[in-house]
Design a protein around this ligand. Structure first.
Ligand SMILES: [Zn+2]
Length: 565
């Protein structure tokens, strides 16, 4: 608690005045122990006969100017020469505050907070706080016991001891009845209060509950019991205690106890909810394909919500005692896993030895890894983690996995073999064709080629449909391929076989009719040849040679035109 005084200052001018003449206006009656204000003294108690002493050092005090109506320095109590210490003013201020409290007739009791900690099975501590609310209580009597203590009797007869010093008292100090007296500290360290008149004190300062600090309280025993119960409830919330009705073997390690508690809880949840979402199962394989390629295969069984019946705790299964066993069915009612084994990991991961036993069962085994949830699972989270969450689950063993893997590998191996066989068959066919083509005279192959080109050009010029054009192009490509084997790879050149290209023009001249052109007669073709420009000009001489070898059937007029050209 801070030593700073917490004053409610209601009058700024009054505060400045108090600072100006900080004197001791309060003392303690040497006989009754009550705080005395300087102006309360009657005629019989003036000067050295005032009968007052310092509440701090206990030295006899002298009342100065108490009876004067005019004075240079306002009335105050004076210590024997040189005896006053700062602490005397502070304690006089506290006594004054206590008197104000008495005259107000009520006390704001501060709140009382108590905490308790209990150790959980995990070794972690669970802490809880309880609180008795602040309350305003009527005062019926204040009894000033000694220089540092006052006992306040409340309206209901209960008593509170107020320690005026700020230093801790002796908590073991007992009341005459043998019970610890509830004690609060009064933490007012503002010496200015020592100079204030009672009315001014009441006007300017109100004791706030946070100036009072409980040292002991009537309800301490009950509050502590409540705090402990709350701390135990927290431990229970985090599965860190042994629930009622669960019998555990003596001498079991605390970590194992906690694990057992969680196994019981998970089993209880699964039996109650009767369902559980399991993560997907995936198999991925790779096999080398032809030409350095890699073939990938993948099999997935999607994440699925299973219905559970017959949920059992720690039933032996071969050499394995799984944490939980159940029978799992799909949404369609078909059996999925009979049984499904469930391992609940709390702190220790499943080791190789246990994994070996799991595989040996050949049964689907699911792990629920609660350690992934940070090790501190609570009752709100556990049901979600167990039932719906998949991030905390994995398959330790899945019976479909191995045969799905070998099925994938088999399928991919067959694909590679099929591709290989197809490739070999094609190569064989190509070799046979080559032998056949080379055995055919090149003139025969050339005639087949020209015939194919002419047909294709005619079909195109006649506006044949796409299928007919494609078939004609394929025949040209086939014939060009054969010529290629005979050493004429240029036979496939588009400059030769394309629309309006060399062969189209030469064949027109040879046959005396348009081939590949939509003209009525040869003159149209000759005219088109005449329009030739650019790089194709270099082909012109070919057509003149063709015209010489196969003179075109022309009228006299056309002949004159051609000769002039
Ligand atoms: Zn003193």
């Amino acid at each position: 608690m801070s030593d700073a005084p917490n004053l409610v200052v209601t009058d700024g001018a009054g505060a400045r005045q108090a600072l100006a003449d900080l004197v001791m206006a309060w003392a303690r009656d040497a006989e009754t122990g009550e705080p005395r204000y300087i102006l309360e003294l009657d005629a019989a108690h003036r000067g050295a006969k005032c009968g007052c002493e310092c509440p701090s050092c206990g030295k006899p005090l002298t009342a100065v100017n108490a009876a004067k109506s005019e004075f240079l320095r306002r009335p105050h109590f004076r210590h024997p020469e040189g005896a006053q210490r700062d602490e005397c003013l502070v304690l006089a201020a506290r006594a004054a505050a206590l008197r104000q409290l008495q005259e107000d007739g009520w006390l704001d009791l501060p709140r009382r907070r108590m905490s308790a900690r209990v150790a959980g099975l995990s070794g972690q501590f669970h802490e809880a706080w309880v609180e008795e609310a602040p309350v305003r209580i009527r005062i019926s009597q204040v009894d000033y016991r000694d220089r540092a203590t006052a006992v306040i009797t409340l309206d209901d007869g209960r008593q509170v001891q107020v320690e005026l010093t700020g230093t801790p008292g002796d908590p073991a100090k007992l009341s005459p009845s043998g019970q610890p007296v509830p004690t609060i500290y009064l933490a007012i360290d503002d010496p200015q209060l020592a100079a204030l008149a009672p009315e001014e004190l009441r006007r300017r300062a109100r004791l706030q509950p946070n100036e009072l600090c409980w040292h002991a309280h009537w309800n301490d025993v009950e509050l502590l019991a409540q705090a402990e119960a709350a701390a135990r409830a927290r431990a229970h919330f985090y599965f860190d205690d042994i629930p009622d009705g669960l019998e555990l073997p003596e001498g079991l390690d605390p970590a194992l106890r906690r694990e057992t508690v969680l196994h019981h809880e998970v089993k209880r949840i699964l039996a109650e909810v009767g369902r559980l979402t399991v993560p997907e199962v995936t198999v991925e394989v790779e096999v080398p394909g032809l030409d350095g390629q890699t073939l990938h295969g993948r099999w997935v069984e999607e994440e699925e919500e299973l219905r559970l019946v017959n949920v059992q705790l720690e039933t032996g299964y071969g050499r394995l005692v799984p944490d939980i066993t159940a029978e799992a069915f799909g949404d369609d009612g078909h059996a999925r896993h009979l049984p499904l084994l469930i391992e609940v990991t709390v702190t220790n991961p499943v080791d190789e030895e246990r994994l070996g036993r799991i595989r040996a069962t050949g049964e689907a085994t699911l792990e629920i890894d609660l350690s992934l949830a940070g090790g501190r699972v609570n009752r709100d989270e556990l049901k979600h983690l167990v039932v719906d969450e998949v991030a905390t689950k994995r398959w330790l063993f899945h019976p479909n996995l191995e045969w799905q893997r070998s099925a994938l590998l088999g399928r991919l191996a067959k694909q590679v073999a099929d591709e290989q066989a197809e490739r070999e068959s094609r190569e064989r066919w190509l070799a046979e064709r080559r032998t056949q083509v080379l055995a055919t005279p090149v003139s025969e192959v050339g005639a087949e080629y020209l015939d194919a080109v002419m047909r294709m050009l005619d079909i195109r010029a006649a506006g044949g449909d796409a299928d007919a054009v494609r078939a004609a192009r394929e025949r040209v490509a086939d014939a060009a391929d054969k010529l290629g084997m005979h050493g004429y790879p240029e036979a496939a050149d588009e400059n030769l076989v394309g629309h309006g290209a060399i062969l189209s023009r030469v064949l027109s001249i040879m046959l005396g009719r348009p081939v590949g052109y939509r003209f009525d007669n040869l003159m149209g073709v000759l005219n088109a040849i005449r329009q030739t420009s650019g790089s194709r000009l270099s082909t012109l001489s070919i057509y003149f040679i063709a015209a010489k070898a196969y003179p075109p059937p022309l009228s006299a007029e056309q002949r004159a035109w051609f000769d002039a050209w």
